[in-house]
Design a protein around this ligand. Structure first.
Ligand code: HEC
Length: 103
């Protein structure tokens, strides 16, 4: 169990696993899309635009999803660590390059 989580975390730190990302996409559609937008597309005005989330921010992602952040609910009672890694695989596979500063 712990080994599986570590293996997932290591996989997520390098190139996202497409199978994991596909499962994350489904979960995202069920749990996150109502605020963050279908297929990660939103304007970034009401909820964070997840396409802009920093690719080196895995730990921040896990903490924010578990604990919540401002208007964002905490998910630790409803998603497992494995599911968070699926969500991370999905989000990190679809990141746009960050917007240029001053844009
Ligand atoms: C009820 C609406 C809502 C839902 C549902 C929701 N979020 Fe959020 N989320 C927000 C808002 C609002 C913010 C911006 C919080 C802030 O920084 O003020 C946010 C921010 C975030 C951030 C950025 C946190 C940071 O460190 O800056 C991540 C990552 C995130 N959400 C992931 C998710 C994931 C994954 C799901 C599905 C499990 C989800 N959210 C579901 C409203 C939501």
């Amino acid at each position: 169990m712990i080994a599986a989580v570590v293996a997932l975390a290591v996989a997520a730190a390098s190139a996202p696993d497409p199978a994991l990302a596909a499962r994350g996409r489904k979960l995202y559609g069920q749990l996150c899309a109502r605020c963050h937008g279908a297929e990660l597309v939103n304007t970034g005005t009401t909820a964070f635009d997840l396409r802009q989330f920093p690719l080196d921010g895995h730990d921040r992602f896990v903490t924010s999803v578990n604990k919540g952040r401002n208007a964002m609910p905490a998910w630790e009672s409803s998603v497992t660590p494995e599911e968070i890694e699926m969500l991370w695989a999905y989000v990190s596979a679809h990141a746009d390059p960050p917007a240029p500063k001053g844009d």
